[in-house]
Design a protein around this ligand. Structure first.
Ligand code: PEP
Ligand code: MG
Length: 550
């Protein structure tokens, strides 16, 4: 049996398969000029690279399940095939450029033209850049950049994954994710949970594993075994099958053994998350991350476009309540159409609601779109703001919402100042939703993307639990709901503790709901409170886990 690596388990389940890495964008070699005798061979090399890129893109388009993805791939193949691009590349080579530089230069001119060509073309620039990177890599004999496409299921390894990398991940092809960096609240962890893909982050050494070597990934223990024994693979596959069967049989609303109701809600980025696996079991949507719809946009989505997107979600909710979060842009979720100025510390800068106040027309358009879609669909819609720091911000946000026609308004608790003043916030709004991912980051001054700080970002940290307790207490006093919608809500062993702290709903990746439902059904409310007190009394996360063990 081969080497055993350890990381942090962030998405449960087991998978085994060949491992492939995300390849970086190709670096251009230092420019050299070519002699007239080399012109033809460089032209042949560049043209062959463009042709091979177009062929590969067409192959992927044929294999793509989603029509929208196939259309994008075909459009990219047409870019790579464009006779005028061949001519431009030839001209550059005749002017003395090598094949990779000629491709780079020729496509730079197209890039400018696309950017100048208005909304639709400007949004295709990323696709054009991808064609360029692929063609340059082909001329240099390097692997294709980005998510690998080996043509069969595999385990994906990366340093960490950006939202753009993960947008098109297909869970039937990507068996598991293993990253060298990242933490329990990193984007990789969130996406893995939402797709139901086993994942291990902060797994030092994974990038050193030879390409195509078989690995067995355990997303429950954090173990990654290189070249596992066949017997181990069979054993773990059987365990995984049993786990899936048991959880598939779980249904109904969330409640403790003695009947205390705890709504189990879904975190979603679009309507398909609600109609996909696990979505049907959610009692509603506790967090609709609207910014995820617009990550790749160069221009602002207009009112009608937003109304249609929100309407699709409200229709998919089919009468269940939906909490829409206004755009949470900035820091780990930049939206290029907002054209934010560079900041030395984006996570501490103009992000979330602060950006909504700085660009009030963007916030207003979104609120009107949500209100319009809610009215048209008759859905039970609530709205909340990210990154609220003071009661004054909560009041201003609530006013803007009510002006736009939205009556049930909440705010997220993601900054310690908000938790410490939870009662004052509840004087302004109807509910609180605790974003534990950011609340951990800001409480411990630990970047949520930084794998090395994962221990500080552990949701079992007693200091984080104290802030959640303060919110729960404020909610109880005000008679208003206090939910958790950060990744902590999907930790089935933490769920009873959160309920004991006074949390009234838990919102998570839909696929995490069955395990949380099962955990709550096994404890009484008194037991939840006992565990909450024990966790608060602990001195560290490890102690909190140990003190609450049943
Ligand atoms: C959070 O911060 O916990 C949260 C739910 O928001 P996001 O992860 O989208 O920042
Ligand atoms: Mg957040």
């Amino acid at each position: 049996m081969g080497e055993l690596l350890h990381g942090l388990a962030v998405s449960p389940g087991f998978a085994a398969g060949p491992l492939y890495r995300v390849a970086p964008r190709p670096g251009l070699p230092a420019p050299t000029s070519i002699t007239p005798e080399q012109v033809q061979s460089e032209v042949d090399k560049a043209h062959a690279a463009l042709a091979s890129v177009a062929t590969e893109l067409r192959r992927r388009a044929t294999a793509a399940k989603a029509r929208a993805i196939a259309d994008i791939l075909i459009a990219q193949a047409l870019m790579a095939d464009d006779p005028s691009l061949y001519a431009a590349v030839t001209d550059k080579i005749r002017a003395g450029y090598t094949a990779p530089h000629a491709i780079h230069e020729a496509l730079a001119a197209y890039r400018e033209a696309f950017l100048a060509g208005g909304d639709y073309l400007a949004e295709r620039v990323a696709d054009l850049d991808d064609v360029r990177d692929r063609a340059v890599a082909a001329t240099l004999g390097q692997p294709m950049p980005g998510i690998p496409e080996p043509g069969h299921p595999y385990v994906l390894a990366a340093r960490d994954l950006a939202p753009a990398d993960t947008a098109g991940l297909d869970p039937t092809v990507v068996l598991a994710l293993v990253t060298e960096e990242g933490g329990p609240t990193s984007h990789t962890a969130i996406v893995a949970r939402s797709l139901g893909i086993p994942a291990v982050v902060r797994c030092v050494g994974v990038l050193g594993i030879e390409a195509a070597a078989t690995v067995a990934v355990d997303g429950t223990t954090g173990e990654v075994r290189v070249n596992p024994d066949a017997a181990l693979v069979v054993d773990l596959r059987a365990k995984e099958e049993l786990r899936r069967i048991r959880l598939a049989g779980s249904h109904g609303p969330g409640r403790t053994a003695d009947g205390h109701a705890v709504a189990l809600l879904a975190n979603i980025g679009s309507a398909s998350d609600l109609t996909g696996e696990g979505g049907a079991g959610a009692e509603g949507v506790g967090l609709f991350r609207t910014e995820l719809l617009y990550l790749d946009r160069a221009t602002s989505p207009g009112l009608a476009e937003q109304v249609a997107a929100y309407r699709a979600v409200f229709d998919a909710a089919a009468g269940r309540p939906v909490v829409v979060r206004t755009l949470d842009a900035g820091a780990d979720k930049p939206l290029s159409f907002l054209r934010q100025a560079e900041e030395p510390n984006p996570a501490l800068g103009i992000r979330g609601l602060r950006l909504g106040f700085q660009q009030p027309e963007v916030l207003h358009t979104q609120l009107v779109a949500i209100a319009t879609a809610a009215r048209d669909s008759g859905a039970n819609v609530r709205v909340m703001a990210p990154m609220v720091a003071t009661p004054a911000e909560a009041q201003l946000f609530a006013t803007r919402c009510r002006v736009a026609g939205l009556s049930t308004v909440g705010v997220m608790v993601e900054v310690p100042s908000a938790a410490l003043r939870a009662s004052a916030l509840l004087n302004e709004v109807d509910f609180l939703s605790i974003g534990t991912n950011d609340l951990s980051q800001y409480t411990f001054a630990a970047d949520r993307m930084c794998g090395a700080l994962a221990e500080l970002l552990d949701p079992w940290q007693p200091a984080l639990l104290s802030l959640i307790a303060a919110c729960g207490e404020a909610g109880r006093a005000a008679g208003k709901p206090v939910g958790v919608c950060g990744e902590a809500a999907s930790d089935a062993t933490l769920a009873p503790v959160l309920v004991g702290l006074g949390v009234t709903s838990l919102s998570m990746s839909p696929r995490a709901i069955p395990a949380v439902r099962e955990a709550l059904a096994g404890v009484t409310l008194d037991e939840c409170r006992r565990r909450a007190r024990a966790a608060l009394d602990a001195t560290d996360a490890l102690g909190a886990r140990a003190a609450t063990a049943p």
